[in-house]
Write a new protein. Structure first.
Length: 320
């Protein structure tokens, strides 16, 4: 009987030791799953928990079968930019970092309010490329005041010499062409904090996705590019499909909708300065009157959760 009791105590001790060892090696990280028109995000607040993200870790979490599943991971932190209330970083599902995400900006606006990180429904947020004022409206919609667009090739960045054309320093939207299987494809390069190429088509249902892949890999876009296929519908609306660099085609892309609306206004494809952009996941309202650039649309919290993360991947500043 004594031997059985000793054996039982040893098992309990071993179990406690294993649990203690597990706790020392791992920690819990809070996250929130969100989406804007189906463009989905994993949002991590890093002011009380700091995760050392790696491309491998992001790819693992982004897997829709074995991970959380998302188009982008948004990491919210204390401001590094003067005048900003918060900073956030954007990582694509392939682990690469992006400079801007319009749907992500709306998701961050909603996250800040839902988590009571600010007493105000209006805040200034910054990415590594620009600063935006965001607010949650009484309707529940999220609104983003964005920086004015960049049309100069150097600011996109876009290299016209790679398609045999001289570069320019004019900050004016211009059409350019590249060869795809013997066909000249016209596109409009724009930066709204990240690079976009807008291609106008007669029917977005007949789009060849290989055109997007080819342009994304073309040397004229040294940092890659998000490609949007836009179909004008009315004087104030367009339909849009966006193939994002590092994520592929998504249900919606806020910055892509913004770029497409700007291109439609500048190229005379629409007559209104307020453009409704209809994407697979829903619609966004974009205002561009050459002075104000504003996006309005939904931002939804899907669920919250916790991840078990190795200690060598997390630097905790507070206990859960």
């Amino acid at each position: 009987m004594k031997q059985i009791e000793d054996s039982h105590m040893q098992q309990e001790s071993a179990s406690e030791s294993h649990t203690h060892h597990r706790r020392r090696k791992y920690n819990l990280v809070n996250f929130t799953k969100m989406h804007g028109l189906g463009n989905d995000f994993m949002v991590i607040e890093s002011m009380t928990q700091k995760v050392n993200l790696t491309p491998e870790l992001i790819r693992s979490w982004s897997d829709r079968h074995t991970g959380i599943g998302f188009d982008q991971l948004l990491l919210l932190s204390a401001p590094e930019t003067q005048g900003a209330d918060f900073q956030y970083s954007i990582f694509n599902s392939d682990g690469s970092e992006a400079g801007q995400c319009g749907n992500g900006a709306r998701a961050i606006a909603r996250f800040i309010v839902d988590q009571k990180l600010s007493l105000s429904a209006e805040n200034v947020i910054a990415t590594k490329t620009n600063t935006m004022q965001v607010r949650i409206l009484e309707s529940g919609q999220a609104q983003v005041d964005m920086d004015t667009p960049e049309f100069r090739p150097a600011g996109i960045p876009f290299d016209p010499t790679a398609i045999g054309k001289p570069t320019t320093s004019e900050n004016v939207l211009k059409p350019w062409m590249f060869n795809f299987k013997g066909q000249e494809i016209t596109f409009y390069p724009i930066s709204v904090g990240n690079p976009h190429a807008v291609i106008f088509v007669d029917n977005i249902n007949d789009v060849d996705g290989e055109i997007a892949t080819t342009l994304q890999q073309h040397p004229c876009f040294p940092e890659g590019v998000n490609v949007g296929f836009a179909q004008p519908e009315t004087d104030s609306s367009i339909r849009l499909r966006v193939f994002e660099r590092g994520a592929g085609e998504t249900q919606a892309c806020g910055s892509g909708a913004t770029a497409a609306a700007i291109a439609a206004v500048e190229a005379g494809k629409v007559s209104s300065t307020q453009v409704d952009v209809h994407l697979k996941g829903g619609s966004l309202s974009i205002i561009w009157d050459k002075k104000q650039l504003q996006m309005t649309g939904p931002a939804v919290r899907v669920f919250t959760g916790r991840l078990l993360v190795r200690h060598d991947q997390i630097d905790k500043s507070h206990n859960f």
